[in-house]
Design a protein around this ligand. Structure first.
Ligand SMILES: Cc1cc2nc3c(=O)[nH]c(=O)nc-3n(C[C@H](O)[C@H](O)[C@H](O)COP(=O)(O)OP(=O)(O)OC[C@H]3O[C@@H](n4cnc5c(N)ncnc54)[C@H](O)[C@@H]3O)c2cc1C
Length: 318
């Protein structure tokens, strides 16, 4: 295996990874960043982003990520294609394997591998993604002001997103597969208290309707098997996210869903010199701006770690 030594290795090229790169590069740490299978991250699969500060007219997601990349490159980040396929955090420096063939030793590793929304798996859902189908009410609810939307899910996140949408849109249909919700009592109460949310129990989605944009959904009653159509202009899926953290699970503390645990107020994980940023460690906010903010934290924490490690090594050599 090839062997290379770097100071800071960043895994992921979303808002968190590129922001970490800007800070690490400007601090003279010559970061190396691996882009993974989705260069630019989740925002490359969306259209308008209107809530990222600094773009008063909004910006297309893919263009925004080109801007992030250019800024990281401007200060000398070494941006590479490649997927991190394994890590060994048992000693120090940390070992990272790329594409099953290249082994890199890094003084600090910043994990910015993001998370992926879970989808129902319908062809129509995929085809209309970004054209009325969304997995993020906070991101896209604004585009459906005054219209009717449906949201699938029965947990706390679905209940929270439904109440968020109810303040913007005309009517929210909450589609729940069973005759009860998993959401906590308090969240269910918030749904019940929102006059423009209607919960459709025992309901599953058969198809999202529309050619160029969402015009409705075909629903099935899970008890009677009866099908019917409902007119909606937006279709939200809130059935959970999966953080892209499987390769770290032998070393890092995570919650039951796989979100990496960090020491509150920092990007530090349970392994010194390994930092987690962005959606890979954030199951609450999951926004580009919060991911970018935590990417900044990752780089500053990594810089401090490396400086302290250098002092430690110098003292040990005396
Ligand atoms: C459709 C959609 C619309 C959205 N709209 C908005 C919006 O309008 N405003 C907003 O603020 N937020 C929005 N979001 C949320 C936002 O995209 C995320 O919060 C943000 O992208 C998270 O950034 P991140 O850097 O943590 O991870 P991601 O953007 O998920 O990037 C993860 C990166 O890690 C890489 N990676 C993963 N595994 C590996 C590996 N093993 N090796 C190397 N690289 C790896 C991937 O290739 C990718 O580059 C939207 C999300 C979606 C899906």
């Amino acid at each position: 295996m090839a062997n290379e030594k770097v100071k800071v290795l960043i895994i992921g090229s979303g808002p968190a990874g590129f922001t970490a790169a800007v800070y690490a590069a400007r601090a003279g740490m010559k970061p190396v960043l691996y882009q993974g299978g989705q260069p630019g991250g989740q925002l490359t699969i969306t259209t308008d982003v209107e809530n990222y500060p600094g773009y008063p007219e909004g910006v297309m997601g893919p263009q925004m990520m080109v801007d992030f990349q250019k800024q990281a490159e401007r200060f000398g980040t070494d941006i590479r294609s490649g997927m991190v396929t394994g890590v060994d955090f048992s000693g120090w420096p940390h070992k990272v394997t790329v594409d099953n063939k290249t082994e890199i030793e890094a003084e600090a590793v910043i994990i910015s591998t993001g998370a992926s929304a879970k989808w129902l798996g319908l062809e129509s859902e995929q085809r209309l993604n970004g054209k009325g189908v969304s997995a993020c009410a906070v991101c896209d609810g604004f585009f459906f002001r005054g219209q009717d939307v449906a949201i699938v899910g029965a947990g706390d996140t679905a209940a929270e997103e439904a109440t968020y949408l109810s303040k913007l849109v005309n009517k929210v249909y909450m589609l729940v597969r069973r005759d009860e919700m998993r959401a906590s009592k308090i969240m269910q109460q918030r749904v019940a208290n929102s006059p423009n949310i209607e919960v459709l129990w025992n309901t599953e989605t058969v198809e999202v309707l529309g050619d160029e944009e969402v015009s409705g959904v075909r629903l099935k009653d899970t008890v009677t098997g009866e099908e019917r159509e409902l007119d909606v202009q937006g279709f939200f899926v809130a059935i959970g996210h999966k953080p892209n953290t499987d390769i770290f699970k032998d070393y890092l503390d995570m919650d039951e869903a796989g979100y990496i645990k960090t020491i509150p107020g920092t990007s530090k994980t349970n392994i010194p010199g390994v930092f987690a940023t962005g959606d890979a460690q954030d199951k609450i906010y999951r926004q580009a701006v919060t991911a970018a903010g935590s990417g900044c934290m990752g780089a500053l924490d990594a810089e401090k770690f490396i400086a302290e490690k250098e002092v430690e090594l110098q003292e040990a050599a005396l």
